[in-house]
Ligand binder design. Structure first.
Ligand SMILES: O=C(O)c1ccccc1N[C@@H]1O[C@H](COP(=O)(O)O)[C@@H](O)[C@H]1O
Length: 231
């Protein structure tokens, strides 16, 4: 059975990154969205990213960022992948991918069957897809709300590109989410925190253990092939 890859998002310090790496995460996510309790300055993000050992892919999460904001992130922080978590259109995803020469993961919010069409639209332009719970209308954040969606909507589905399951995952429910959906990659943020924006090393370790054990294939070795889906 293929290995399970875990992304831990919203890391804010070198110690967070070291704990995520020790837990066995494959991806470390840094949030560049000022309204989020996980937001980082460029300097803090650079310090945190530099603590990542080889094999831990560093992902910059942005929300409807313009070129100037993305330029600043890419110049200041050693990033391996961009995660677009706003209302970026497929054309904008293609533009960002071409401009930076970095793999791009597009987040898509799902609440019901009608949201699944967007996954196909983005699968022709993004390197990876992040399938997350659609935020409620009045939510302050477009993600990182600790909300799940009905996993049966994506159970056993296959898309054109590699995908990650996200939204309300925790050490307690990730095994069930993997069993139901057969996701090979999972992403967590608030579910491994002791308070908003404060990562908990023991919860990170418990999350990776539960995910790997549910996936039945152990942890991957080496750097994730972020461009595997590039055409
Ligand atoms: O984590 C944040 O603060 C955040 C802010 C803005 C957009 C996305 C954000 N996080 C992403 O949301 C999902 C799910 O998070 P959670 O596990 O439900 O808390 C995850 O992909 C994060 O990458």
């Amino acid at each position: 059975m293929p290995e399970i890859r875990v992304k831990i998002c919203g890391l804010r310090t070198p110690a967070d990154v070291a704990a995520a790496a020790a837990a066995g995460a494959a991806y470390a996510g840094f949030v560049f969205f000022p309204k989020s309790p996980r937001h980082l300055t460029l300097e803090a993000a650079r310090d945190a990213a530099l603590a990542a050992p080889p094999g831990l892919a560093k992902v910059a999460l942005t929300v409807d960022a313009d070129d100037a904001a993305l330029d600043a992130i890419v110049e200041a922080v050693p990033i391996d992948m961009l995660q677009l978590h706003g209302h970026e259109t497929p054309d904008r995803v293609a533009e960002v991918r071409a401009r930076y020469g970095l793999p791009v993961m597009k987040a898509i919010g799902v609440a019901d069957e009608g949201d699944l069409a967007a996954i196909f639209d983005y699968s022709t332009v993004a390197d990876q897809l992040l399938i997350d719970a659609k935020p409620p209308r009045n939510a302050a954040l477009p993600g990182g709300n600790g909300l799940s969606f009905d996993w049966r909507l994506v159970a056993q589905r296959r898309w054109l590109r590699p995908w990650m399951l996200a939204g309300g995952l925790t050490p307690e429910n990730v095994a069930e989410a993997i069993r139901l959906t057969n996701a090979r990659q999972v992403d967590v943020s608030s579910g491994v925190e002791s308070a908003p924006g404060v990562k908990d090393a023991s919860r990170m370790a418990a999350f990776v253990r539960a995910a790997v054990s549910a996936g039945g294939g152990g942890l991957p070795g080496g750097i994730p092939d972020l461009r595997a889906a590039r055409r």
